[in-house]
Write a protein that binds this ligand. Sequence first.
Ligand SMILES: Nc1nc2c(ncn2[C@@H]2O[C@H](COP(=O)(O)OP(=O)(O)OP(=O)(O)O)[C@@H](O)[C@H]2O)c(=O)[nH]1
Ligand SMILES: [Zn+2]
Length: 353
Amino acid sequence: MSARAAARAIDALRRGWAVTVRADDGALRLMAIEGADAVTLAGFDPEDRADLLISAARAQTLKLANQLAAADPDLPVLIARTPWIDAAAAMAIADPVRDLASPLKGPFQAKALAAPQAAEAALRLARLAGILPAFFVGSTEGESEVVVEVPDVAAYDDAAHLAIATRARLPVSTAENAEIVAFRSPDEPREHVALVIGQRNSSPPVVRLHSECLTGDVLGSLKCDCGPQLHEALHRIADAQWGVLLYLRQEGRGIGLVNKLRAYALQDQGFDTVDANVRLGFAIDARDFSVAARMLDLLGIGTVRLLTNNPQKVAGLEGAGIRVAERLPLVLPANPYNERYLATKRDRTGHQL
Ligand SMILES: Nc1nc2c(ncn2[C@@H]2O[C@H](COP(=O)(O)OP(=O)(O)OP(=O)(O)O)[C@@H](O)[C@H]2O)c(=O)[nH]1
Ligand SMILES: [Zn+2]
């Protein structure tokens, strides 16, 4: 079991290189559809025999699920490749954002999936790589240079190897008495940080788990409430005299920046946050809060007062061994652009707003 093998596979998929995913039920030799072109596709599949692997949700949109009535409706779906499916056509199959521009797809033929465990691991790798969950599947006769096994993918997601890399004083506008602590894991390039504000005392700290949002945190996007929540959280922690803001590199609730922006493009077409994620082939919320629990643990914090409206954050922390003594709501005024986003949080993801 090696997180390093998963790291290599993620890197290879992003570069458009072939990867073999091995599971107990078989192996799949894959290349991401995203980023493939005529040349790389011909190199991967010289005999034009590769199939396509897509998520269950995408198969449903493409009206493919009914071809597989007996199969598990949550499993990825394999499509037989016909000659008309070149790299560009495959991208239109993979990317729901293009559905309006290229609505005519098919006819398709779904095929039985021989290695469902390998297929599920492949989709998980796509999320970790921040690419669309859609692949060409070639013959496994010539195995790829990069081979990954299912337990490797689980090991990559495991926060156990996270450690404090360094710490330094960082006076910020809301709190001059603050220290930044950087966390690193040997196989994972994303570095999480904690801002520890004020002087540690015997009461549980006020803690905020903030998931990265480039558009909201940096650019002042009005589509979400992340920027104002970030600043309000810093003020609330400073007012409480001591606490911690965890800045978690979980952009787009764990699907990555590009996929989040694809979800935004779908929202421009009328889908809400939840449906946009599902349509892309991802979970509604792909975050794992055990990384936050591990960071708190490394900071010597076992009990917190948590700033959040999201009961899943409370459950995620408690499930990973951190006691949440109190939930402190963090509700900010809506604007015309994020009204629907907030309503979706309230009505569909259980946020207490
Ligand atoms: N996939 C996706 N992610 C989004 C969207 N809008 C915002 N995000 C991401 O959602 C995350 C923000 O969630 P948070 O504010 O940390 O948490 P929350 O689940 O809303 O719960 P609170 O603690 O109550 O704020 C960030 O990673 C954003 O990038 C969207 O439309 N789609
Ligand atoms: Zn945001």
